[in-house]
Ligand binder design. Structure first.
Ligand code: MRU
Length: 348
């Protein structure tokens, strides 16, 4: 069953409302910036590449109704405000800021044109980024699949499939490709507390693709590694610093620590747009904190007393020394990361 996470039609962004999965496959149309901001904050659309592309269309949504006679300076004020508003929705995934900066650059490069032409250039750019993301994931998956052996036992954390991108996915995309090339794989799926992207979304996607998979509680991963021969862990990324330190869904760091203890290779799969070379290390990555309600009554049932104090960072940072390699659309980056990440960028 093809999964169309995001599409653009009839001047609207159409997304799968991921808060409703796996129970209901519901599409949600977004025609304005406030609705898009709500959808990103509530994780109706989620995953670093997917929110970047949705935000790119959001810039167009934010200016498409501006009057033809609006002075250019005012048009640019609107564009800047929309970009800033969208950037604030989720601070960790750098793909969001990256996509918005691309849109801003496109507007600036067309600043000598008419407002109508600027609007049209922005839509063309968003559509191009949409198509590029599909291609990027396919290329990344080729590299990722090459690291997956026959009869592989794999652990993953958080959703990195078609639902987290325009199509196909990154870490999960690599698994899908290995599977479609005839490799037998079995995936241990961390449920990914508190919002259960593993249980709700990975299990749904893996089952749709016919990939053998088993759901585990996050705290079961160490025991699984101790008792089973796990060949690799593969996860996504929300932001990778210049030294390879990687922010990804909360719980990724613990998985990397136990993988190191058991000598299991730990791979990050992410497009080049997930790198933030302005940050020397992961210590500088801004980490989103989410409402404690998602922990104590995330899916309706209250599980802790009223007024319980909760700390809920949405992401953590895995230090580079725990990472075996970073799989990108430009190839596989191995340590030493500082040097090899720079080298990968020099070839773009
Ligand atoms: O809070 P989420 O569900 O948006 O977090 C998503 C992740 O942490 C993913 O692993 C990451 O964005 C990579 S998606 C290809």
């Amino acid at each position: 069953m093809p999964v169309t996470t995001i599409s653009w039609s009839d001047e609207k962004i159409r997304i799968i409302d991921q808060t409703q999965l796996p129970l209901n496959l519901v599409y949600f149309d977004i025609a304005d910036v406030p609705t898009l901001c709500e959808a990103i904050v509530k994780l109706r659309v989620r995953g670093a590449p997917a929110i970047g592309i949705a935000a790119a269309f959001g810039v167009y949504l934010g200016i498409k109704e501006t009057p033809e006679y609006l002075e250019k300076e005012k048009l640019f004020t609107v564009i800047n405000t929309v970009v800033l508003t969208l950037k604030k929705t989720r601070p960790t995934a750098v793909n969001l800021a990256w996509a918005l900066d691309q849109m801003l650059e496109t507007a600036q490069n067309n600043s000598d044109k008419s407002p109508l032409e600027i609007k049209s250039a922005l839509l063309v750019k968003a559509l191009q980024m949409y198509e590029d993301d599909r291609e990027i994931n396919r290329r990344l998956a080729e590299h990722g699949a090459s690291l997956i052996p026959q009869n592989a036992q794999i652990i993953t954390h958080c959703n990195t499939g078609a639902l987290a991108t325009v199509d196909y996915g990154t870490a999960l995309g690599s698994i899908f490709l290995a599977h479609s090339k005839g490799k037998k794989v079995h995936v241990w799926v961390d449920e990914t507390r508190p919002l259960l992207q593993g249980a709700r979304l990975n299990m749904w996607e893996l089952q749709n693709e016919g990939v053998d998979c088993t759901l585990i509680c996050d705290n079961t991963a160490a025991f699984v590694m101790q008792r089973n021969k796990i060949d690799l862990c593969i996860v996504g990324a929300d932001r990778i610093a210049a030294n390879g330190d990687t922010a990804n869904k909360i719980g990724t760091f613990s998985l990397a620590v136990i993988a190191k203890y058991h000598n299991v290779p730990f791979y990050i799969a992410a497009p080049m747009s997930s790198f933030d070379q302005s940050l020397a290390s992961g210590a500088e990555i801004p980490i989103e904190e989410r409402s404690g309600d998602e922990v104590v009554q995330g899916f309706g049932q209250r599980i802790a007393p009223e007024n319980s104090h909760v700390y809920s960072p949405a992401f953590d940072v895995t230090p580079n020394e725990l990472i075996t390699a970073i799989i990108t659309d430009k190839g596989i980056i191995k340590p030493p990361f500082n040097q090899n990440i720079l080298f990968a960028f020099s070839r773009i």
